[in-house]
Design a protein around this ligand. Sequence first.
Ligand code: NAP
Length: 287
Amino acid sequence: MIDQQTYAEPFQRGQPLEGGCVGEVVESNRGTFRVGDYVLGRKGWREYYVSDGAGLTKIDPTLAPPQAYLGILGMPGLTAYVGLLDIGRPEAGNTVFVSAAAGAVGSAVCQIAKLKGCRVVGSAGSSAKVRWLQEVAGVDAAFDYKKVGSLTAELKEYCPHGIDVYFENVGGTHLEAALEHMNLRGRIVLCGMISQYNDTTASSGVRNLRLAVRKRLTLTGFIVSDHADRQPQFYADIGAWIADGKITWQETIIDGIENAPKAFLGLFTGENTGKMLVRLGGEPSVR
Ligand SMILES: NC(=O)c1ccc[n+]([C@@H]2O[C@H](COP(=O)([O-])OP(=O)(O)OC[C@H]3O[C@@H](n4cnc5c(N)ncnc54)[C@H](OP(=O)(O)O)[C@@H]3O)[C@@H](O)[C@H]2O)c1
């Protein structure tokens, strides 16, 4: 709601809320879209809309259920892919630490990093999420950051050889703890800082940023929409990993447009594992 454009448009007063959506064409006067086609767009929080086709992309529901184009095959998946591979530049044997590791972006980062031969450590906000990371996503270690006394001590235990790449989704104390354990010439991928999005006063600074100097760290922010050129390679790689069963994902599905605000707010209290989705009418495509 803050009037700053990032990877999502700010909400506008008096206008329907916007967000990524997939849906089915129910009527069409254009040859390019047929009834029954599935499309991806950014209209979001509404059950039906009329479009001239601009900004709509047809999706292939045979590769994965249509809603996967909002998660692993969509914007969050591309964010994970570009952020980790292009900005984090992990090498086999590197230690990669991921915060909000069981979320839409984080869970993809963890699995791609494993596919690249890295040691992966994830932080998440419940024991069920930690279990999923260890048992399904196959990370080397995961912990519930809400249950630990000191994030710094926890990272010392799980990253005994330090951290080469930190994939930052959370900010605040997570960033400070990661900085303590970054290795020389490590990369910090600044993807998001969800712990600070709802701050109404200036948050206190990162108290140990000085470590970035001594350790020759690179901290790089990025916005996924600047990396549309990576889409073809992303589809090729992720499509192959899905087809080979090498990557998986979770979804949290809330039903009904009346529950969309609840779903949105749930992102800030960790109600979701994997992509938070709102299902608006129609029959679900169940995985
Ligand atoms: N740069 C870009 O272009 C770009 C694109 C997409 C997303 N992002 C960013 O990437 C991050 C992940 O996005 P996503 O869509 O995949 O969301 P997500 O991880 O699926 O959901 C958000 C998760 O953040 C965690 N969280 C919420 N408040 C927290 C807090 N105060 N402290 C610690 N963790 C907290 C919760 O998990 P726990 O239960 O683990 O706390 C929650 O489930 C966000 O920061 C988002 O803004 C950036």
